[in-house]
Design a protein around this ligand. Structure first.
Ligand code: TRP
Length: 330
């Protein structure tokens, strides 16, 4: 059976972009009986921004709750937190010796992030981030790693590390494939369609959070910028309307061409009103189910984590044992 591994970082409350680009699809994928899915929360990765401990704890549990709310079937797939499985850290240390400084220097995400930090923020944990990610993937013999475009380079590095280790020590790791979703993979900010919808912005007026209430969702969509002209069509010179069409299409399951026809000659106002209603309707049940899961006394999250931990540790410990033996580690 093919294995699929992916992670959702607990660094902020998820956005509509995270939902459309990843979590919604994971919910659907997790029901595929031909594949075994592991969706985990990389809370060790999150340490490189030195988060507030209480907030990290809340966001980690909240990420699990969002996965469950988005339909990830936690009976047939596995949800866990990275820190529950020490093998992730241990394999990282080992793989550090199969990764060169030159390779890490080439990682564009590190370059971007470290440029934004002063020397105080340029932590080894940020630099080594891709090696921890390689460990996350290689511990489980993942065949497929669904990621956003910005993570493809990290999966490619994972492939190089795995191949190098295999060449030196014999077949040990499966060399994984990144699977980059194209449809709806990049949802843009509603106020500035040239940048990705992101929770790390101070100004959230163009970013819909899954936690937003009906009023906020409606307001953000009604105030979304549009392009010149009045036709509801997807085109390169209409980035704002195209983005709204993508959101509409993914949430309704209707192809963009059908929506263009339906709104021909009707202008942006009508279109936005319908989209707002659709989004409110689509997100409400997720928000309610998340609220329920986070409620004190509800042990569903703990149950999901225990189930995930059980299967993930079984695989991770076996793989780590094999690696240690090959390296002569007692
Ligand atoms: N780096 C990923 C991100 O920023 C999260 C992540 C960590 C991940 N480990 C992973 C994704 C392993 C896939 C597989 O989104």
């Amino acid at each position: 059976m093919k294995r699929v591994v992916s992670g959702v970082k607990p660094t902020g409350d998820p956005t509509l972009g995270n939902y459309i680009g990843a979590m919604k699809r994971w919910g659907e994928m997790s029901r595929d009986p031909e594949r075994e899915h592991f969706f985990f929360v990389p809370n060790l990765h999150a340490l490189n921004v030195r988060p507030d401990p209480e907030e990290l704890h809340r966001l980690t549990r909240s990420a699990v709750a969002w996965l469950v709310a988005c339909g990830v079937d936690h009976d047939h797939s596995y949800i866990f937190a990275q820190s529950q499985i020490p093998a992730h850290s241990e394999l990282t240390w080992i793989l550090n010796n199969y990764t060169t400084i030159g390779e890490l220097n080439r990682m564009t995400q590190f370059k971007d992030k470290s440029l934004k930090q002063g020397p105080e923020g340029q932590l080894v944990g940020l630099y080594d981030y891709p090696v921890l990610m390689a460990a996350d993937i290689l511990l489980y013999d993942a065949d497929e790693v669904p990621v956003g475009d910005d993570q493809k380079q990290h999966v490619e590095l994972t492939r190089d590390i795995a191949t190098r280790f295999n060449n030196l020590h014999g077949e040990t790791f499966k060399v994984p494939q990144p699977t980059v979703q194209t449809e709806g993979a990049r949802i843009m900010d509603l106020q500035d369609p040239t940048k990705k919808m992101s929770k790390s912005d101070d100004d959230l007026s163009g970013c819909i959070l899954l936690m937003d209430d009906d009023k906020a969702i409606e307001r953000k969509i009604m105030r979304a910028v549009t392009d010149s002209g009045s036709q509801v069509t997807a085109a390169a010179d209409k980035p704002a309307v195209t983005n709204l069409l993508v959101i509409y299409s993914v949430l309704s399951g209707r192809p963009i061409t059908e929506l263009e026809e339906a709104y021909a000659g009707r202008g942006y106002g009508d279109f936005k009103r319908d989209l707002a209603e659709l989004a409110v309707h689509a997100l409400k049940p997720l928000r309610h189910s998340h609220e329920q899961l986070m409620r004190e006394g509800n042990d569903k999250i703990d149950k999901a984590l225990e189930h995930g931990w059980w299967r993930a540790s079984e695989l991770a410990n076996a793989k780590l044992g094999e690696v240690k033996e090959k390296l002569g580690l007692i």
